[in-house]
Write a protein that binds this ligand. Sequence first.
Ligand SMILES: [Zn+2]
Length: 422
Amino acid sequence: MIAAQSNLPVDARRISDIVKGLARITEPDRPYTRRAFTPLFLEGRAFLERRFKAAGLDTRIDAAGNLIGRRKGRKPALGTIMLGSHSDTVPEGGRFDGIAGVAAALEVARSLADAGIELDHDLEIVDFLAEEVSIFGVSCVGSRGMAGLVPDGWLNRMHDELTLRQGIVEVGGDPSRLPSSKRSDIKAFLELHIEQGPVLEVERLDIGVVTAISGITRIEIVVEGQADHAGTTPMGRRRDALVVASSLVLEIEKLGFAHAAGEGHFTATVGEFEIEPNAANVVPSRARLLIDARAELRPQMDLFIAEVEGLAARIAEDTGVTIAPPTVISDNHPTPGDLLVVATLEAACGRVGARHRRMASGAGHDTAWMGRITKAAMIFIPCRDGRSHAPEEWAENDDIALGAAVLLEAVRRLDGLLQEKK
Ligand SMILES: [Zn+2]
């Protein structure tokens, strides 16, 4: 989709080498699977570490298990500009989610070296540990560590006799020194990622400059009806939990549509649904549903939560079936992109000749955690049919290369803009 790739200041072939090299490191019968904490993940890490070192980066693994390569700047007192993403995948995931961002970040460091450009800031390239939901049931382990926001108790989470604490040791981290992975010297963080949606492809654009990463709120609703014989209980005398839960699902979808028509990105999904006793001849006695709602703008989410509470109360009253007040079981607020970094990325797109638009991310990313400790923002590149977390996931190498050129330009600009000492 890009014209005039050849004069980009980055080397697209080196990006392709990283993407293809990691794609080969997969469970052979379940491409592309390289989950964090598995031997294949370590193999992928070893591959990346060799490439980091070959690029002249001073390479280490921090206490939280992040792989970091550093290129010294002329004025270390200014602090660090960091670029990166993640190399772990979901089961049967893709070749580009996270990986494109690590490859592009590394290419920025190599291109600077090739051009003989010294930055004032130190530049660090990072492969965050376990961005995807890991075998321990939690995600963004490395970026939370770097932000000093690993929740109490997480290190004791278990999977097959292994604790997360031991898992971090196995990847070369040091959980006993976890607080040391928290950083205060990072002056800016940038991440390139595939869009995981169809917008850029449909609009024939090269880059999405991400203005916010949506907050994610999960709300549980339990409907308590009454189990009765399905053959003998007349239709008018039932308290059917499933029927009531079904009307809830449809009303929640309507709320989702109404908010999506508003200003910011918004989605609402009932993704988990269970009924009891789930037997053909019994009127359902209980239904549990879990809403995943995502909003770019927090006031919209506050309103949605209140609307869901009102909806549950109204349907309970109309039907005589008991619905417990909806429970918010997790509630992460949106992370706005840093205004200076967003503006710098837009200017960099202009300089490089990338057609771009602003957009919000509906998915979570490491950038959401880095945004807690530094000026952070991300860019999206197009992916085919918006597909991700699937073997069919695809991004054009030239699109990744153009994104890397945008990162390179943005890093050079930020290096000049962020001249306050740390
Ligand atoms: Zn990702």
